[in-house]
Design a protein around this ligand. Sequence first.
Ligand SMILES: NC(=O)c1ccc[n+]([C@@H]2O[C@H](COP(=O)([O-])OP(=O)(O)OC[C@H]3O[C@@H](n4cnc5c(N)ncnc54)[C@H](O)[C@@H]3O)[C@@H](O)[C@H]2O)c1
Length: 255
Amino acid sequence: MRGLTDKVAVVTGGGSGIGRAIALRLAEEGMRVGILDLNAQGATETAEAIRGSKGSAHLEVCDISDYEKVERAVAGFEEHLGPIHTLVNNAGWDMPSPFLKTTSDFWQKVVAINYMGPIHVTHATVKLMAKRNTGRVIFIASDAGRVGSSGEVVYSGCKGATIAFSKALAREVARNNVLLNCVCPGPTNTPAMDTFVGGGEQGQKIRDALVRSVPLGRIGEPADYPGLVAFLASDDASFITGQTISVSGGLTMHG
Ligand SMILES: NC(=O)c1ccc[n+]([C@@H]2O[C@H](COP(=O)([O-])OP(=O)(O)OC[C@H]3O[C@@H](n4cnc5c(N)ncnc54)[C@H](O)[C@@H]3O)[C@@H](O)[C@H]2O)c1
């Protein structure tokens, strides 16, 4: 990809699943990669894998639902790696359950991580990008935010809100040459998916049903997303902002 070498990318949730695959790919493209994750062990494994391939990585253990900690983490990335060019808002969490069986404490946790979290990291980072008149923000949203997902009602709402948030901010900061876009995965083989479908015979039945619903005949793998993320961070995407792209084997098709 053009224009990525030696630039700095921060990937939230880079210690697992889709975020790890994105962090490794951006490092392979020559970017200096910051990993922000609540999970110190996962973040350390990703950072070590990058350093083992002669890349540059720095990690900050941080909960994205806490704005003050996020601000400190963003400062730490800039101190160790340099000015952040690309932010990948990937960290997310859910525990599937029918909406009518969930409680206020649960909704607040889901919103704190999946909606307030990306707002915190975006605010702390974009204010620096805007001053420098350059930056990219890529949100890993979800097809759940475009078409809804049973058992993930509040999470779906957060992802839909994230998509609208990214478009509104894309309009505000276009004059600062900060570009924001969303990537929407469909069901993907990660630890989060294992939680969603559960184990045993019932889990396998849900997996089989998901596969049948995807025109390309399989669920996603973490490696399905990093190419698009790298493109959206690259010089070739310098006229693309406020867009939402599904990467889900044709599960959802949008005009
Ligand atoms: N797996 C899927 O089927 C699927 C489908 C659509 C969208 N997504 C989205 O893709 C993204 C990555 O999901 P994944 O499947 O790789 O999940 P994952 O559980 O494998 O990884 C998520 C990472 O985010 C981190 N994280 C969670 N809460 C955090 C917090 N408060 N602060 C900092 N870090 C936190 C976790 O520690 C973990 O390392 C999420 O935003 C998810 O909503 C996943």
